[in-house]
Design a protein. Structure first.
Length: 328
């Protein structure tokens, strides 16, 4: 009941946010938090629950973004039409590259995903059909509601909130299914999981494909909001790092961890960029590096894990005091 109460409070706060903080900058900031929470929640499936730290998820993010913009550029269709195409393509790519890369473990898997991401960026940069280094653009003027091209950030905010709710629902269903139990066992000890009969390779591949598909949805929504994608904004390695840090900061392997991380990191980045202008570009790398060091050194489980631990200690103290009072 207590968890349900706090969840209801959180939903009310999220729904009311754009009306309380109603300036264009604040609404855009809220939309970005939800957008990156979608991407970080998608990464959390493979990186948090399965323990496979992918640094190349930007491949799937870019796949969704380029599919959305490509639908308009080449076929004069709504960018929304490109969303399922990007989803299918990203799942297919994950199936192809997942078979060899998921055989690796630890930092070897991470380095392999970085190599795949950089290869994808180079291919797109040199492919004229995909806009090469210039990129692809969406409709400059909204033609109809299906273009998802709005002047205000408010429609994007509630659209992203709906997609995030679906993403979290899928993640919750997965974690409470047999697949979720397998993934947690694989994360703790893959050898032990295999010895107990868990199909580790197949389970990791399914999780990778699911994570890729949801990440491509985030990429497509990003392209629709900004109306543009190029190799840096759609396939830049910094996007993967940002998604990874959000999940780790909030709590990798926890349902709401990526949302907490996004709520901290996105405002920090946007406000610093707003205050420093172009001078803040290099500061982003410094901030990301510092956050990685601090998480690794002091709180590997993330902020939500720390809160849960403190709450458990408080509850234990209250129970011990109550027990002592009853005994007396």
């Amino acid at each position: 009941m207590r968890r349900t109460f706090w969840l209801a409070i959180a939903i009310v706060l999220v729904v009311a946010y754009p009306w309380v903080f109603s300036t264009p900058f604040q609404q855009r900031l809220g939309a970005l938090v939800l957008l990156y929470a979608i991407a970080a929640s998608a990464w959390n499936i493979i990186g948090g629950y399965a323990g496979q730290v992918s640094v190349g998820h930007v491949v799937f993010f870019g796949c969704g973004a380029y599919a959305a913009m490509g639908a308009y550029t080449h076929f004069a269709l709504s960018p929304l039409v490109g969303l399922p195409a990007g989803l299918v393509a990203s799942v297919a790519i994950a199936a192809v590259i997942g078979v060899p890369t998921l055989r690796l473990s630890g930092h070897y898997f991470s380095m392999a995903t970085i190599a795949v991401a950089e290869l994808a960026r180079l291919i797109v940069t040199n492919t004229d059909y995909l806009g090469a280094a210039v990129g692809l653009s969406g409709p400059t003027v909204p033609r109809n509601v299906f273009d998802l091209s709005f002047i205000s950030a408010l429609p994007y905010y509630y659209l992203f909130f709906a997609v995030l709710a679906v993403t979290l629902a899928i993640t919750w269903w997965m974690t409470n299914s047999r697949m979720g139990f397998y993934l947690r066992a694989i994360r703790d000890s893959e050898r032990a999981a295999r010895s107990l009969g868990a199909p580790a390779s197949r389970t990791k591949l399914y999780a990778y494909m699911l994570s890729a598909g949801l990440t491509s949805v985030a990429g497509a929504l990003y392209a629709m909001m900004f109306g543009f994608v190029d190799p840096d904004s759609g396939l830049g390695l910094l996007i993967s790092v940002k998604i990874l840090i959000m999940a780790a900061l909030g709590g990798a392997g926890l349902l709401f961890g990526p949302l907490v991380g996004a709520a901290i990191l996105v405002p920090l980045e946007e406000i610093s960029n707003s205050l420093l202008g172009g001078k803040g570009a290099g500061l982003t790398f410094v901030v990301y590096g510092a956050i990685i060091v601090l998480i690794a050194r002091f709180q590997p489980g993330g902020i939500l894990a720390l809160i849960n631990r403190l709450w458990a200690k408080r509850k234990t103290k209250q129970e011990s005091k109550q027990g002592a009072a009853d005994a007396s």
